[in-house]
Design a binder for this molecule. Structure first.
Ligand SMILES: [Mg+2]
Length: 210
């Protein structure tokens, strides 16, 4: 048995681009809000941004699309989600890296995105993963140290046997590390410091050199 059993990936910003979510939250929702209220798009964007900021990303509502549709009185979310599906894209190296790592490790997704959006986002790469975890849909929490411990328990592995990769300093790096996982921080902006990965090909190379 190798030292590492399981590789856990964050979804947005790590496997798939943020464009789908950005379009939903910052384009499609404000456009619908503008239409429903009979106001201009610029004004709607301003109002919505203010509402988002009032909640903030430490609270569950931030991630909960059903909460926002109901709070803003926008009707059903499904047509809006459907209208943004063409914005889903994974990063270029992802398929090659996942298909190679899947030969040696169990792969999972550990995301803060609710399942109704996560299933859309992962539609092209789902077969590479043995499980998909959403902190909000499965455990009603943001990605805390407790979330990572519960995943380990569920998967029957020790935190030290797990590698987690993600692009959020708090929710991926600090919280997974606090739970005892081995963590790689991915920074796709290019201005990465020494310790971080700039893409997942680097992860593959690091693991093959172990
Ligand atoms: Mg992310």
């Amino acid at each position: 048995m190798g030292r590492f059993e399981l590789i856990s990936f964050d979804a947005e910003g790590t496997l798939v681009t943020p464009v789908f979510s950005e379009t939903i939250w910052h384009e499609a929702i404000p456009a619908l809000y503008a239409q429903k209220r009979g106001i201009g798009l610029a004004q709607a964007k301003k109002c919505i941004a203010k509402e988002y900021n009032k909640i903030g990303d430490q609270r569950l509502e931030w991630y909960d699309i059903e909460y926002w549709f109901s709070y803003l009185d926008l009707g059903p979310s499904e047509p809006v989600i459907q209208s943004c599906l063409n914005k889903i894209a994974h990063y270029p190296e992802v398929i090659e890296v996942l298909s190679s790592l899947a030969n040696e490790y169990k792969l999972i997704v550990a995301s803060g995105t609710p399942l109704e959006l996560l299933h859309c986002l992962l539609r092209d790469i789902k077969p590479y993963f043995v499980r998909i975890f959403s902190s909000i849909s499965h455990y009603r929490q943001v990605k805390s140290p407790d979330f990572y411990l519960r995943i380990c328990e569920e998967m029957g592995v020790k935190p030290s046997q797990v590698i987690h990769v993600g692009d959020n300093w708090q929710f991926d790096f600090l919280n997974a590390r606090q739970a005892g996982l081995n963590v790689f921080y991915i920074d796709r902006s290019g201005k990465n410091h020494q310790e971080s990965l700039s893409d997942l090909t680097q992860l593959k190379h690091l693991l093959s050199s172990l």
